[in-house]
Design a protein around this ligand. Sequence first.
Ligand code: NAP
Length: 484
Amino acid sequence: MKTMDLAMYIGGEWHHGGGPRLDVVNPATAEPLATIPDGTAADLDSAVASARRGLAVWRETHPRVRTQVLFRIAETIKARAEEFAHLDGLNLGESMGTGMWTMHDVVARRFEYYAGMADKIRGDSFVTPGRFLSYTLREPIGVTGHIVPWNGPLWIGSRTIAPALAAGNSVVVKPSSEAPITMLKFAELCVDAGLPPGVFNVVTGRGSGIGDLFATHPGFDAIYFTGSTVVGRRIMEMAARNNVKTVMELGGKSPNIVFADADMEAALDGAILAIFANSGQICVAGSRLLVQESIHDEFVARLVEKAKAITIGGPEDNAMMNPVISAAQKARILDYIEQGKKVARLVTGGGTPADPKLQKGFFVAPTIFDRVPNDSVIAQEEIFGPVLSVSSFRDFDDAIAKANDTRYGLASAVWTENAKTAHLAAQAIQAAQVFINHYYTAAFEVSRSPYKASGSGMSEGPDAIYEFLNQKSVSVKIGESTWG
Ligand code: NAP
């Protein structure tokens, strides 16, 4: 296949940049797929200046028109879903089915949802009779910077881009240099939908290069970062020097708790999905499985059987599990597996799958460690790969103590037939999401905010729109005050 030579999208035009280019690799074959510019400080300056010009137009655009444009973006995503799913398949190694679901049920849906909000941004008013009229003005924050990880360029990117545009902001995005393709294609689609030039811009390049410059660039009014806790903390520290607002969606090490009274078959399937979907490269993956002691042995034995039955392959193989994103990520995961072998019992997987077809791409076998001490590295650090840590608990209090014994607070799940246990656990767990008797199906129409080192700020649903708006209070003196 011919390598795609991609360009940055700035001010409504494509920019190839004068500097070096970076390779984008197909993780299923380890072959080159595309090249992108390794953007420079001058490219970022140009994108931010263009976004400032775009802002002047977009913030004055009638909210009704913003609604129409966002709906058209959603329609175009659906119309071109197959093309986008195919490109994500090549770039992320994921199956066509996953890509089609992402485009229709996540990306297009988010644009529809926030299209509907663009003309419903309202304020409050308060009247002190005969004295003061006070009211709120909600205004776009301005030029917003968005840094997106590789595990879902549009899946993750649309979570901040859609509400940012709905609220009247302009956008500069930096996708991961490992997975930039569909974000660049998305720029084309914005033009077709009628978004004025400069409102949406994409720069490309290394995180440690152009990405790092985001946090200190004086032209941003807010930065929305999704990625690892380590990089997020660095961006927060640097942005704080300019008093720039940051919203952070960071890493996780989510507990998946199975009580003895759970529907065991459902909990087994849920535990498999929780860690092996997208090869474990999901921020909310259920990577710590806590099973009540009385069912632990049977549960783990059956879990191992299910893990061994998982099919592995590239995007076209219709397999249950695909490659991880890069050689570096695979090496990182294998390193965690070696550390795990020293502290826990490896019950399945533990390296590259044996199939000769899977030696070239970046494949890792579904791996389960049992009897994992909660203070070990594999129980505490986010591996972001198909590696599950299992341990047991005695009773409710022990389960909650172990579930919360982590610096992260992104997601969790509870499996039980007892409604009281489920709701008490939901209250006691320190995490932004609690799935009860399933994993992953969270309605994004409901807002949430991460706990602990998993981030800060509201995402999804109606409340997220306020992360993209400034709020001003205006008070008008309409009569003499009686307060002296
Ligand atoms: P990452 O290394 O933190 O990178 C995330 C993004 O930041 C990429 O675009 C990356 O660019 C860029 N970046 C890297 N170093 C940077 C720096 N010094 N300054 C500015 N930008 C920088 O994370 P990742 O490995 O791509 O993604 C996996 C992580 O994302 C996991 O921790 C996962 O939990 C988290 N995540 C969280 C959520 C959530 O909603 N909470 C969702 C998805 C993923 P390059 O890739 O080009 O280096």
